[in-house]
Design a protein around this ligand. Structure first.
Ligand SMILES: [Fe+2]
Ligand SMILES: [Fe+2]
Length: 297
C-alpha cells in the first residue's frame, strides 16, 4: 500500500468510526465531577463513580499503594485511597488506569512497554512542572499520559503497517514518529489529533497530542507542549521508550521546548537536570513493576 493510500485508509476508518476506542465509560463523569471546586467534592460520590467499574477500582487501589504516588502505608479500600491521596491524585490514577485499558490486548507491540512510556512521561511531566513552578502540575500529568494517544489509533486501524514502522524504529534506533512518517506517510500526532477531537478532549490536551514532536507548531498552549516535549525526550533517552533506546545524543537545552518554557517558568534555568536523570533511574523499576501488575489485573 502506498503512503497516500495508507493515509486515505486511516482517514476513512476514522470517519467511519470503526474500531476506534471510545473514552472509558467511567472516566467522563469522573473527570466532570472532579472539575468542581474542592469544597464541593464528596469522597463518597467519587468512590461511587469509580466503584461502578470493578476492574478500574482494583487497578486504582493497586496504583494507590505504589510509592510512585507517595503512599508508603497500605491502603485497602477505595475510600481510604481517596482520603489518603486526595482527589487530584485519585483522578490521575483513575485516568491512568482507564487509558491503560485502551490498548488492543493482542497487539503488534508490547503494550506494557508502551504504557510504561506513557506513565513514565506523566510522572516526569508532573515532577518537572512542580520543580519549575509550572502553574498546573495535574494538567501536566494528564498531558504526559495522553500525548501518544495516536499510537493506540494506529494499532487499532493499521496494525500491520504500524508494526513495520515500529520494527524500523527499533532496528535503526530512530524516533518512532520518523519511522511512521516514512512507512505510513503520517505520524501518531495526526491520528492522535483525530481521536482527541472525537473524544472532545480539552483544547490544551489536543494541542499536546497533535504537536509534541513539532512544538514550533504549537499555538495557544506552547508551554504545556514544551513541557511534554522535554519530558518525552527524557523518557525516550532513558529506557522508558516502548522497549528500545534511541540511538542518538540530544541536548535538552537546545530543544524548542526549552526556549519556550524558560520564558514562561523562571524556575527552569536553575533546574537540576542531572538530578532528574538520576531520579528517573529510580522510577524505572517502580514504573515497570506497577504497569506489569496493573496490566495483569
Ligand atoms: Fe510521540
Ligand atoms: Fe512519547
Amino acid at each position: 500500500m502506498t503512503t497516500a493510500a495508507t493515509k486515505a485508509t486511516l482517514l476513512k476508518q476514522l470517519e467511519g468510526l470503526h474500531h476506534i476506542p471510545t473514552i472509558p465509560a467511567v472516566l467522563a463523569p469522573l473527570l466532570r465531577y472532579l472539575e468542581r471546586p474542592l469544597e464541593h467534592l464528596d469522597v463518597q460520590k467519587v468512590t461511587e463513580i469509580i466503584a461502578q467499574d470493578k476492574s478500574l477500582a482494583a487497578q486504582c487501589l493497586q496504583m494507590a499503594n505504589s510509592p510512585l504516588f507517595g503512599r508508603w502505608q497500605k491502603v485497602d479500600s477505595l475510600h481510604g485511597a481517596i482520603v489518603g491521596l486526595g482527589f487530584q491524585r485519585v483522578s490521575d490514577i483513575a485516568m491512568s488506569c482507564g487509558v491503560l485499558n485502551l490498548m488492543p490486548r493482542a497487539s503488534e507491540i508490547d503494550a506494557v512497554a508502551f504504557w510504561e512510556h506513557a506513565l513514565g512521561c506523566a510522572l516526569v511531566c508532573r515532577h518537572l512542572a512542580r520543580n519549575i513552578s509550572y502553574p498546573d502540575p495535574g494538567k501536566a500529568y494528564l498531558a504526559g499520559l495522553l500525548h501518544d494517544l495516536g499510537i493506540v489509533v494506529n494499532l487499532w486501524i493499521l496494525p500491520k503497517e504500524f508494526a513495520a514502522a515500529f520494527e524500523l524504529a527499533r532496528s535503526e534506533g530512530i524516533p518512532l514518529h520518523e519511522a511512521e512518517q516514512s512507512i505510513l506517510g503520517f505520524t501518531h500526532c495526526e491520528s492522535g489529533r483525530l481521536l482527541a477531537d472525537r473524544w472532545e478532549l480539552a483544547p490544551d490536551l489536543k494541542e499536546v497530542v497533535a504537536t509534541h514532536h513539532t512544538p514550533q507548531e504549537a499555538r495557544d498552549h506552547a508551554g504545556l507542549v514544551a513541557l511534554v516535549e522535554l519530558s518525552d525526550l527524557l523518557c525516550r533517552l532513558s529506557g522508558l521508550n516502548y522497549g528500545y533506546v534511541e540511538n542518538r545524543q540530544v541536548n535538552l537545552l537546545e530543544q524548542t521546548g526549552f526556549a519556550v518554557l524558560s520564558q514562561q517558568c523562571r524556575g527552569l534555568k536553575d533546574f537540576d537536570w542531572a538530578r532528574l536523570t538520576f531520579e528517573l533511574d529510580s522510577y524505572l523499576d517502580e514504573v515497570h513493576s506497577l504497569v506489569r501488575a496493573i496490566y495483569r489485573t
